[in-house]
Design a binder for this molecule. Structure first.
Ligand SMILES: Nc1ncnc2c1ncn2[C@@H]1O[C@H](COP(=O)(O)OP(=O)(O)OP(=O)(O)O)[C@@H](O)[C@H]1O
Ligand SMILES: [Mg+2]
Length: 439
């Protein structure tokens, strides 16, 4: 294709594009990215992401650096200094020698127009949701995010299924943010956390004098507050049966009454429900209404537990280490052997457990380099394994030191200078590590 035409296409894509080389140096961005980020191509070209991330208000994080670090495609969401929320998919382009020549990032804008609904204190549990980041490099998860973004554009009801801590709430927020309803409220209620007798009025609201103790002015419920936006019903399996039929009615009639009310309220919201239970199983035991189940089951999305996508663990560790380094103003790194041990752990609490453990490691360890022997986690062994010779242990340690210094300083020239070895030797050792990492 003609080069001029390619440039025209590049600048006229709806997605932002950000291209870096194998060292993380910016090759170029398109016009859409300039508009999304507020930075120009001219000021970014030639600058290394190692310098742009976390400094001078450029970027809060970088999918490219995660791609270069992990040598695999990565999907991540980030906030810009101008308070925009971006979804970034980074894809490595390998050369024949198996090294990364370029990382091509495709970027979607998920910015929510800030919604400022005042919520009174007794609805504090049904809170307005805040922003956060999704990171993944697993094919399964990327397919799930793709599916979620495709259905986000429609008004379909979505049922999120998955164990505790896999990221259901996070995905619900991302779906809302990338939907047409992003300018309106996202209201969440956790059906398991609210006493049964309060769920009805929380959801539907009530008229003055509807029941003893009710505010005489009445109160809007969650469905009303979500007008034009999204309702997220977490742990839907815990919704009492009589409210299940009421909810089904709302979905079918697109209207409802406040408790004790006579004025028909128009229902205009998208419904996202989440559960860590097998709803079909509950239906077969008569514990969940079958008709509601089919209404919710329009687009089911199952998020796999972390142990079924272990390839995500190193990328998530990296992401949380960066997050908590920023929070605690530290510069800590995980050693390769600690990362490898995390990869083999069970993670019953999934990503929430991983995140908590990374934070604990950052807060409780002394020194910037976190090795397994510094971390007291039941079931996690130290690096000293009987039968492993001194030579192997030293080689392991050398690998960790080189990787850490390379992560901090980037080029083999700087690594050599820091360690007091020749550049040729540093380059040779780093190359050796890269080759053995791939095998
Ligand atoms: N892919 C991801 N990248 C980054 N952070 C993630 C990812 N998935 C989950 N998290 C983080 O892990 C924590 C748990 O996620 P979340 O609350 O969405 O899980 P959940 O499935 O809703 O859990 P529960 O069933 O307990 O409600 C959150 O802090 C979330 O930000
Ligand atoms: Mg949740």
């Amino acid at each position: 294709m003609d080069k001029n035409l390619l440039e025209i296409i590049f600048d006229n894509l709806y997605n932002g594009i950000y291209v870096v080389d194998g060292r993380g140096v910016t090759i170029g961005v398109n016009k859409t990215f300039e508009e999304m980020s507020g930075f120009t191509n001219a000021e970014l070209v030639g600058r290394s992401l190692y310098d742009l991330v976390g400094k001078d208000n450029y970027f809060s994080g970088s999918a490219s650096l995660l791609v270069l670090e992990r040598q695999c495609p990565v999907t991540a969401t980030y906030s810009t200094s101008t308070n925009r929320k971006l979804l970034v998919k980074g894809r490595p382009i390998f050369n024949l020698a198996g090294e990364i020549d370029y990382v091509i990032n495709t970027i979607w804008d998920l910015t929510v127009v800030q919604y400022s609904h005042r919520i009174d204190s007794d609805t504090a549990r049904s809170k307005l949701l805040s922003e956060d980041d999704i990171v993944t490099c697993s094919d399964k998860m990327m397919e799930i995010i793709d599916l979620a973004l495709r259905v986000a554009a429609t008004d379909s009801t979505i049922l999120l299924n998955g164990e505790s801590g896999v990221g259901k709430s996070l995905l619900a927020r991302t779906i809302h943010r990338s939907s047409e309803r992003k300018g309106k409220a996202l209201m969440q209620i956790n059906c398991a956390a609210i006493p049964e007798n309060l769920i009805e009025s929380e959801l539907f609201g009530y008229e003055g004098g509807a029941f003893t103790g009710a505010d005489h002015r009445g109160k809007a419920g969650l469905l009303e507050m979500a007008e034009g936006g999204t309702v997220f019903l977490d742990e839907i399996s815990e919704l009492p049966l009589h409210l299940q039929s009421k909810l089904l009615n709302v979905i079918q009639e697109k209207s409802f009454l406040r408790v004790g009310g006579r004025v028909v309220q128009h229902a205009d919201f998208r419904l996202i429900a989440a559960t860590n239970k097998d709803l079909a199983e509950l239906v077969s035991h008569g514990l969940f209404r079958e008709d509601l189940y089919y209404r919710l089951h329009v687009v089911p999305i199952t998020i796999p537990p972390l142990r079924e996508r272990r390839e995500d663990i190193p990328t998530l560790i990296q992401h949380f280490v960066e997050k908590y380094n920023r929070k605690y103003n530290s510069y800590k790194k995980f050693s390769e052997s600690l990362i490898n041990q995390f990869v083999t752990m069970t993670w019953k609490g999934n990503i929430r457990e991983l995140e908590n453990l990374v934070e604990r490691c950052i807060v409780t360890t002394v020194g910037d380099f976190i090795t397994p022997d510094k971390v007291r986690i039941p079931g996690l062994q130290t690096t000293i394994t009987p039968g492993v010779g001194l030579k192997e242990m030293l080689a392991d340690r050398e690998r960790e030191i080189l990787l850490q210094i390379q992560e901090q300083y980037g080029t083999s020239r700087r690594v050599a200078a820091v360690l007091g070895i020749s550049q040729a030797s540093a380059a040779r050792k780093l190359k050796h590590i890269k080759v053995s990492k791939k095998n």
